[in-house]
Design a protein around this ligand. Sequence first.
Ligand code: BG6
Ligand code: MG
Length: 227
Amino acid sequence: MRERNADDRKTGAKLRTQIRAVIFDLDGVLCHTDEYHYQAWRKLAQRIGLPFDRKINSRLRGISRMDSLNIILGEKAGCYTAEEKRQLAEEKNQIYRKMLRQMTPQDLSREVKETLNALRAKGIKQAVGSSSRNTGFILERLGLADFFDAVADGTEITHSKPDPEVFLLAAKKLEVPPSQALVVEDAAAGIKAARAGGFHSAAVSEEARSAGADYFLEKISDVLYIL
Ligand code: BG6
Ligand code: MG
């Protein structure tokens, strides 16, 4: 964990008392489903003969399913009707859900589990804030269906990240103002959303870090140093 600058270090103690809640992104933060998204999109892109690689995939992090499809279709997006796009998005989701069905509580890493439990022991409120419409299903697969104090996901929002809507909804459900909540994200779009909403932010990837996160976490358990 690296604090952003010396001033942050000086105010570290103050921050610790200010932050009462953590809002975790799901895919790529609490679990490795970001890799399943990549594999499912790659399969779809190959079938319809479009280029797809990890660089394109990184632009999809935090973005809704349909917005992701439009990025993959690129200039060809105009060649498809709304119904054809809906079917392509559904095809990708079916490939993805097949992978999700293989998940078990063993897919929750020990480090994440211990971090969540340690935050709970400190009395910190915890929520999930994810653009995914599969959030409930994934939390169930991981054995976390009843763990969080609040869940805000892609089924409840109109605008996906970088819009702050999902995090504002999570904070509202937690009854904690953004200024007292920390968002943990792997996506640049997620850090932008957190900043736009007035949250503290922590990045777990270089891309998220470069979007101006307040903190960089080398590993999830580093969040315990902030709080
Ligand atoms: C986000 C992922 O968490 O959820 C994106 O980072 C994904 O890559 C988005 O497109 C929507 O997910 P789903 O499960 O509703 O297709
Ligand atoms: Mg993510």
